[in-house]
Design a binder for this molecule. Sequence first.
Ligand SMILES: Nc1nc2c(c(=O)[nH]1)N[C@H]1C(S)=C(S)[C@@H](COP(=O)(O)O)O[C@H]1N2
Ligand SMILES: [Mo]
Length: 314
Amino acid sequence: MLIKERTSILSSEITSEAIFLNRRKLIKAAAGISVAALLPASARAQVKKYAQVPVGPYSGALQPTDYEDVANYTNYYEFSTDKKSSTVLAKNLQTSPWSIAVEGEAEKIGVFNLEDILKNNPLEERIYRFRCVEAWAMVVPWIGFPLGTMLKQFKPTSKAKFVEFTTLYDPKVMIGQKTNVLAWPYVEGLRIDEAMNPLAFLATGMYDETLPNQNGAPLRLVVPWKYGFKSIKAIVKIRFTETMPATAWSKMGPSEYGFYANVNPEVAHPRWSQSRERILGASIFTPKRKTEMFNGYGEQVASLYKGMNLAKQY
Ligand SMILES: Nc1nc2c(c(=O)[nH]1)N[C@H]1C(S)=C(S)[C@@H](COP(=O)(O)O)O[C@H]1N2
Ligand SMILES: [Mo]
């Protein structure tokens, strides 16, 4: 009987996030009904917070990287430049309540509770490739909502040509902010048409769970066709601007980190090639793979850059 089959899949021991996710995909494919409702109480307790969130577009047949690798190999300079340390250091960050200031060229500006923003933006899952400028690649099932849908709710004016995002500044908790590895607070930005592209996403969770602090809780940007540094974490401010924002990384190294930062195998970082990438979590014997233009999302985003010289506007 079908119901019994489903129950046995989910009530068996859940050993890894990736396996769980695949089971969940089977369930989602089988029926559009609540998974939790089918389970005995013991198994129900194991169902993850966001397990019923529907899978959105662009996810394809990508195989997610192991949760442990994504959650424990992070770049979060507010805490540490060491990719393994932020897991512990970021635990002290208070992510609720959380408010976001919306400023600049928009009709509806002000300070908004994240809870209220979430009420107007239904969650979905997006399984995206993600590529750090340091040449490691992974696939992450994010939970969140499209950036553009949310931005439109603030009614940007015709002067809004760019969107600037700012991370929390709180050096007592974000102890890396006591150093000057970057100009704090961390700032990132997108051209307004990039921000409105349906691929651009804001994440509140990953792998059916609330986003771990070290991955950018409670709200982080995900721009899958650009290098990872564009995907700013712990956002506290969104500002619509007429001019291109000065971003934290481009201030630090203008020749190394441009505003556009589109994944591009043909444009090398001044200190290393970008033509290949290492798969996060793979064994040292696994060969590197070829980097794809726009990280494989050219079909969705190449038209944004028509007529631009991407070697100059990197
Ligand atoms: N506020 C903030 N956002 C940030 C960073 C950071 O140091 N601070 N690092 C960026 C870089 S370089 C990358 S590769 C991604 C890494 O995301 P992950 O740690 O969730 O894999 O976050 C980006 N967002
Ligand atoms: Mo990065």
